[in-house]
Ligand binder design. Sequence first.
Ligand code: HEC
Length: 151
Amino acid sequence: MNTHPCAIAGLIIVTSACSNVPELQPIATVEQIMETTVEPVANAVFDAAVWENGVQVGGPKTADDWKRVQANALMLAETTNLLLMTGRAKDQSGWPIRTQALRDAAMEAAKAAEAENTQAIFDAGTHVYQACTGCHLQYIPNLNAPPPRPP
Ligand code: HEC
């Protein structure tokens, strides 16, 4: 009978690979995450501040509306954890920087929504949009896939 390698390693040091926490396994592709998660939650942020002919259209009105925008912004920030998982990250240089830019912009949007500040959510939406296009320009320059509704 073989000794489990973790038992031997455990004598020296308890490594994370031998803990009872299951290892994270990527399931969906980056493309699927973009389509089903990143894009819809980003649109909720973009839609929070849209003007047509100088008049704001749509946008959150009640405290509950703002809470939903905030939750979507936090979910957008959360997607950067999914994008960083081993198997999804395209490299360990530019990719983490691009995902960090998206996370920072999404957190800025969450704060703006918490403050129920339309100008701040508009500015944050611009930064989110820049984070999307920055990564796309670097990693998919030929597949032109910007968000469909820039702020
Ligand atoms: C860290 C890099 C990165 C960031 C940030 C990023 N994307 Fe992407 N996105 C990609 C990559 C890579 C693909 C191509 C995936 C593929 O087809 O394999 C993609 C593809 C897409 C697609 C096309 C999916 C399809 O049908 O092929 C959409 C839509 C999209 N992204 C939306 C967004 C939006 C909206 C944001 C910002 C809120 C964003 N992305 C931020 C890397 C990124």
